[in-house]
Write a protein that binds this ligand. Structure first.
Ligand SMILES: [Mg+2]
Length: 161
């Protein structure tokens, strides 16, 4: 297996809301793929996300998150959608420095005895604004721009299974 770790963005990558930090807690589950905030705004998990993440995890990939958000809404949604257990050391912080988040993630893994080299990291995000800093500070991670390099989440299985 060429890659070991797949790091996901959240907003507009795992779910259809552009900024869950702007929503009012608590969330309430409408069905297994939809949650609503306390003012009625809906967050939908993209179709197939759950199955794809599960399959990647079962195939041996470490899955994690680098999200520029307040932690509370993201972790509440991951809990409601029953996704939290799929992710190892998810990094959710209210600043745009995803290089810092990925660096910390790699350090945490190393402390567990899991060495992941930059070229063994896949980073999936709907935006490429964080990429230059990540490439400069982390190294040659494989970047996939959601909805452009891959047309849906099932494409991840075609690439990595
Ligand atoms: Mg995003």
């Amino acid at each position: 297996m060429r890659y070991k770790l797949i790091v996901f963005d959240c907003d507009l990558t795992l779910w259809d809301h552009p900024d869950v930090s702007s929503l009012k807690l608590p969330f309430r589950l409408l069905n297994e793929d939809e949650a609503v905030d306390s003012e009625g705004e809906v967050v939908r998990l993209y179709k197939g996300v759950r199955e794809v993440l599960r399959t990647l995890k079962d195939s041996g990939y470490i899955l994690s998150i680098a999200s520029w958000n307040k932690p509370e809404p993201v972790f509440q949604l991951l809990d409601l959608f029953k996704l939290r257990g799929l992710f190892t050391y998810p990094q959710v912080e209210p600043h745009p420095d995803k290089a810092k988040m990925i660096r910390r993630l790699l350090r945490r893994l190393r402390e567990d005895g899991i060495e992941v080299k930059p070229h063994e990291v896949v980073y999936v995000d709907d935006r490429d604004i964080h990429l230059p800093k990540i490439l400069e500070e982390i190294g040659p991670v494989r970047f996939l721009r959601m909805w452009r390099d891959i047309k849906d989440h099932e494409d991840l299985l075609r690439l990595f299974r």
